[in-house]
Design a protein. Structure first.
Length: 325
């Protein structure tokens, strides 16, 4: 079913009914009118499996063949929801207690579902988040810093440029200096990277432009504060700017015996700091997410069920050890 960010409620309602019918106590966490997270409990959860219900546009209906499921959300992240639900059913059948499922809205834009959930923590000790990591345990995720720029000038006839002031030239000068900044590097996460994702401005080829805009996205490897300070110092007095989002990089919990990797994308985890120590693992590849060829192998979904069950069991043992039981 279509659940592009902002239109997740049909998916929330379906999951609520599906999980209630399987013996879970289910709570709907209102995020805003017509949008809600789904929190399903067994006992008093120490560990929560979580991912997001929303997808990027456009909606691509599901299809399948012998090996793969295709369509929007197949790997990012509705296939992960399916694996986590089946893992939860299997754990419950084994008699495992005190765990839960948390399915969130809004991850693809501003993590508003995660930020709302973080206002009402439930005392959980570990948060196992699902994103397409090819079933590898992520050692860390890069952060996300978005900065929007607006340069202003003065319109004039292009035959008389001295009567105007080019906003585009101002913006180009700023962007040249932005690209020259030395970006940090982390021994685990690697280098911070910059993408100048959008540039727009001007009225016509024969008009001195009075406005020019750009959108910058940094994939950060620290909390982003120092880099943000450098950028602000560079921009002050030269153009208008807005820090649209600053999500810090994150280093994860690790467990022996799992394949590991580092991912460059950002997740809900930095917005779920009150839900326990972070762990990230999920089936599928980020390389096909957000594309018209999004898909996930059925074997990878099945493997993820086994891995999620194993994570919950091992983390429960870890908690017993840490608590001296």
């Amino acid at each position: 079913m279509e659940s592009i960010t902002g239109n997740e409620q049909k998916c929330s309602n379906f999951l609520c009914g599906f999980l209630e019918a399987r013996g879970f106590r289910v709570e709907m966490q209102a995020v805003e009118d017509g949008r809600a997270n789904v929190f399903a409990l067994r006992g008093s959860p120490e560990i929560v499996l979580s991912t997001h219900m929303d997808t990027v546009p456009p909606f691509i209906p599901a299809s399948e063949d012998a090996e793969f499921i295709y369509g929007r959300g197949s790997c990012d992240a509705k296939g992960i929801i399916a694996s986590q639900v089946i893992a939860a059913e299997r754990l419950a059948a084994e008699g495992v207690k005190d765990f839960g499922l948390l399915f969130l809205v809004g991850e693809e834009i501003m993590s508003d579902g995660a930020r709302k959930a973080n206002e009402s923590p439930r005392g959980t000790k570990f948060m196992i988040n699902g994103e397409p990591t090819e079933n590898k345990l992520a050692l860390g995720t890069k952060g996300f810093l978005r900065v929007d720029l607006l340069a202003r000038g003065k319109m004039a006839h292009s035959a008389y440029p001295h009567l105007g002031e080019s906003a585009i030239e101002k913006l180009l000068d700023v962007l040249t200096d932005v690209r020259a900044l030395t970006l940090p590097r982390d021994p685990v996460l690697g280098p911070c990277t910059l993408n100048i994702g959008m540039i727009s401005g001007g009225r016509a080829a024969n008009v001195i432009p009075d406005e020019a805009r750009a959108q910058l996205v940094y994939r950060t490897v620290t909390d982003g504060d120092e880099l943000r300070g450098q950028i602000v110092s560079l921009l002050e007095g030269r153009c208008e700017y807005e820090i649209v989002r600053n999500t810090p990089a994150l280093h994860m919990e690790t467990l022996p015996g799992f394949e590991t990797d580092v991912v460059a994308f950002t997740t809900d985890l930095p917005s779920l700091t009150h839900w326990g120590r972070p762990i990230l693992l999920g089936p599928g590849s980020i390389r096909v997410a957000h594309t018209d060829k999004e898909c996930v192998a059925k074997a990878d979904l099945t493997r993820a069920v086994e891995l999620y069950c194993r994570l919950v069991r091992e983390l429960k043992e870890k908690l017993k050890t840490e608590n001296g039981n």
